[in-house]
Design a protein around this ligand. Structure first.
Ligand code: NIG
Length: 425
């Protein structure tokens, strides 16, 4: 089945050969085609696009479905490259503790935080965990996400980590969007290793990673490199071990202090280092001259009321910056990428173009999906957002709480209002 969109007001991020992350000045440019058409072929990939004036009439004759989207903008789906959306229940009570003055670190030190989520997840059968997580996936799809990374990290023992990774695999098999799984056994030190962190690192390296690799359950391996969590040495040991299985690293770096996470991430050829709230001049310089993507997570900075990462400085220095939701129960209980765009513009001072590049092509590259998604390019997946009738790209981060997304097309399925409209036979 092929899908043709006609009379598109503006087709954003359109251009062939967009497979690598944008950096520096490039991030301020978004190529667009006005008064455009877009054909998604039977294979659910982008077959053709261009100006309406140039459209061969045969395209319309042969398309299975034709939708007139006059007045609407069409853009590639968001590529959310950092989430923890497979989790059990919520941490609403800690939200209140935080309002009353406890910090994230203090909550964690009392056995709350990640350990709290791990204790609850332990009690969940896989089916229930899948159902709760699938509901979150449906929610983010309706908000425009068309490619997703999901981490484990609320298991903290082999059995529960595998349970999460299997749920991620079921999500990948059951939804029409690319999903990348990341093993994050090193998310927190579980209680049984409270006084023996190195023992837990050794368990990750010697028993968890081999099993994860054997089942082929993860594309990436992550470490929370932070005081009170895992050291630079732990991070290096874990990422080196993962590399032996062909699993590339990524690091939670500089979230609450300048942790050394950027340096070790780059040294280990990590695909990305994420957070970077406390990254300073030295880390920015290193990122500017490396291929490691700087993934920023303004949703958690907002929720935790902390200091924002130096996004503008990273871009000006020439780093490749991606934007992700960090959907998780503790520091970012939402996966709305439009909200991230709004935060990126308001709090980081990015332009709408910079924010869009960070949330699409650069996010795709941060998941190794640069050839598959993140732009409207011939041959890439036809995963696109059709907006309501809005004036321009800038309106999206400007009015981010309004329901601006009309329909999302993913793998040939329509999610949203156009689903119910009559198409041309
Ligand atoms: O990226 N910092 C580590 N992980 C998450 C928080 C996870 C949680 O609190 O449950 C983050 O903010």
């Amino acid at each position: 089945m092929s899908i043709l969109l006609i009379n598109i007001k503006s087709l954003l991020q359109a251009g062939d050969g967009m497979t690598s992350p944008k950096r520096g000045e490039e991030m301020s440019r978004v190529q667009s085609v006005d008064d455009a058409y877009l054909l998604i072929g039977n294979d659910n990939r982008i077959a053709e696009y261009g100006r309406m004036d140039d459209m061969d009439p045969k395209i319309q004759e042969h398309a299975s479905y034709v939708y007139d989207v006059s007045g609407r903008i069409v853009l590639p789906c968001f590529c959310d490259s950092h989430t923890h959306l497979v989790y059990a229940g919520n941490r609403e009570q800690e939200f209140v503790d935080k309002i009353k003055g406890l910090s994230y670190g203090e909550i964690a030190a009392r056995g709350g935080g990640i350990l709290n989520s791990a204790a609850l997840l332990h009690t969940y059968p896989e089916e229930e965990l899948f159902e709760e997580s699938a509901a979150r996936v449906r929610e983010v799809i309706s908000k425009g996400t068309g490619a997703l990374e999901i981490k484990s990290g609320y298991g903290l023992n082999l059995e529960d980590e595998l349970k999460i990774l299997r749920v991620i695999r079921r999500i990948s098999d059951g939804f029409p969007l690319p999903v990348r799984a990341t093993f994050l056994g090193a998310h927190a030190v579980p209680g049984r290793f409270a006084f023996n962190r190195k023992g837990y690192v050794s368990e990750i390296v010697n028993s968890m990673l081999p099993e994860v690799a054997k089942e082929g359950l993860a594309s990436y391996c992550d470490v929370f490199c932070e005081k009170g969590f895992f050291s630079v040495e732990d991070t290096e040991a874990i990422l080196d071990a993962a590399a032996k299985y062909g699993i590339r690293g990524t690091v939670h770096a500089d979230q609450m202090s300048c942790s050394g996470g950027v340096e070790v991430g780059i040294r280990c050829n990590a695909v990305s280092v994420c957070h970077l709230e406390y990254a300073g001049d030295a880390q920015i310089k290193l990122l500017a001259s490396s291929d490691t993507i700087a993934t920023l997570l303004p949703g958690s900075t907002f929720f935790m009321n902390m200091k924002y990462a130096r996004a503008g400085d990273l871009i000006r220095a020439g780093a490749a910056v991606a934007l992700a939701s960090n959907y998780n129960p503790g520091s970012s209980p939402y996966g709305d990428m439009l909200f991230m765009l709004g935060l990126a513009c308001v709090k980081y001072g990015l332009t709408p173009e910079e924010a869009l590049n960070a949330a699409t092509i650069n996010g795709a590259c941060a998941m190794g999906l640069g050839t598959e998604c993140g732009s409207v390019s011939r041959g890439k997946l036809g995963n696109v957002i059709i907006t309501e009738k809005i004036p321009s790209l800038g309106y999206m981060p400007y009015a981010f709480t309004s329901p601006l997304i009309n329909t999302v097309i993913l793998g040939g399925h329509l999610y949203g209002k156009l689903q119910d409209t009559v198409r041309r036979d």
